[in-house]
Design a protein around this ligand. Structure first.
Ligand code: NDP
Length: 314
């Protein structure tokens, strides 16, 4: 068992827009941040195709390419970016202690958590096959590509209702696939989707298969009551059945809401533990955009820098 110990000013966990932006700011401020990229280097954007809503890219950019640009920008200022996974933490000690998957101990004066959230998927094979080719877990990101077309969205919570509503303004028709005979979304959201003429709610339906050639052209659904299958002719299939924040390893130390999102002090990235900051989707279930994540990553680096300065550490 390795007993290697490394001491850093600033340790960043996670490498989506939030983590990389934190790395850019922290390295430019001279904090010499060390980043462990996590299970999915580049984060959720690496599983999308075109990103058209990130300011500064007038012609759009591929998600993975954009994350590569973020990484290069952080490295240009000296951020030490490594592939690696944090497996446990001890925030009861100072400096804060992080254990990595190769059994290394990182001691950090400040920790920036940017571990993101993972979209939940239905788990059917065709969903994976067409991911990025008609299948998406983010209507705000990808709805535009289906302008004037017919789409389907699965889910019945606030996200699904909100995204169905968003899609209804862009698309010709939106089928909302709801597995039970009622929705979980708030009454206001339910009323909104029920009263939107181009949204058709299919209660008691589940998704059997997503069909297509190179991209989606239809979805086979099953009426759970009558056991009848039918085909929806759609070119887009949105999955909105919830997200899971990647916050499990922090649960013994950080305050979280009932869904596991890390709580930060409003207007800051501060958690309940001094010197530990959270940014991006692991603390935001509402906006979930690359640009808002990047903004909160900047906040976390500035908060870390100010914390170290106040402590006289840096
Ligand atoms: P939720 O967990 O609230 O809802 C998930 C929905 O997906 C449920 O309706 C669930 O169905 C359905 N679902 C889960 N698994 C499957 C499956 N395998 N097949 C079909 N359907 C499935 O997630 P949300 O992302 O909607 O919301 C997360 C939290 O964020 C909530 O607290 C929500 O209120 C909040 N939120 C608030 C917003 C706002 O206030 N503006 C906007 C967005 C989210 P079932 O009901 O049958 O379990």
């Amino acid at each position: 068992m390795s007993s290697e110990v490394e001491k850093v000013n600033c340790f960043i966990i996670g490498s989506g827009p939030a983590g990389y932006t934190a790395a850019i700011y922290a390295s430019r401020a001279g904090l010499k941040p060390l980043m462990y990229q996590g299970l999915q280097p580049g984060g959720q954007l690496t599983i999308t195709t075109e990103v058209e809503n990130y300011p500064g890219y007038p012609n759009g950019i591929q998600g993975p390419e954009m994350m590569e640009d973020f990484k290069k920008q952080a490295e240009r200022f000296g951020a030490d970016i490594r592939w690696g996974i944090a497996t446990s933490v001890d925030f009861s000690v100072f400096p804060r202690k992080i254990i990595t998957e190769d059994n290394k101990t990182i001691l950090a004066d400040t920790v920036i958590i940017a571990t993101g959230a993972s979209a939940k998927w239905l788990g059917i094979a065709s969903e994976e096959k067409f991911n990025g080719f008609g299948v998406s877990a983010c209507a705000v990101c990808d709805g535009f590509f289906f302008k004037g077309q017919d789409v389907a969205i699965v889910g019945a919570g606030d996200t699904a209702a909100e995204e169905a509503s968003y899609l209804s303004k862009l698309c010709r028709k939106v089928y909302m696939i709801v597995r039970r005979d009622e929705m979980r979304a708030s009454k206001t959201m339910q009323t909104r989707v029920e009263n939107t003429p181009n949204i058709e709610i299919l209660y008691n339906h589940s998704t059997v298969e997503i069909l297509g050639d190179k991209s989606v052209n239809s979805v086979k659904v099953l009426n759970n009551k009558s056991n009848e299958e039918s085909i929806l002719n759609v070119s887009g299939f949105f999955v909105a059945i919830g997200h899971t924040p990647n916050s499990g390893i922090f649960k013994d130390f950080l305050e979280m809401d009932e869904n596991g999102y890390i709580k930060t002090i409003p207007g800051s990235s501060k958690t309940n533990v001094e010197g530990v900051f959270a940014c991006g989707d692991v603390q935001d279930h509402i906006y979930r955009q690359a640009v808002t994540a990047a903004g909160s990553g900047c906040m976390a680096a500035l908060d870390a820098e100010r914390y170290l300065a106040a402590k006289g550490i840096h």
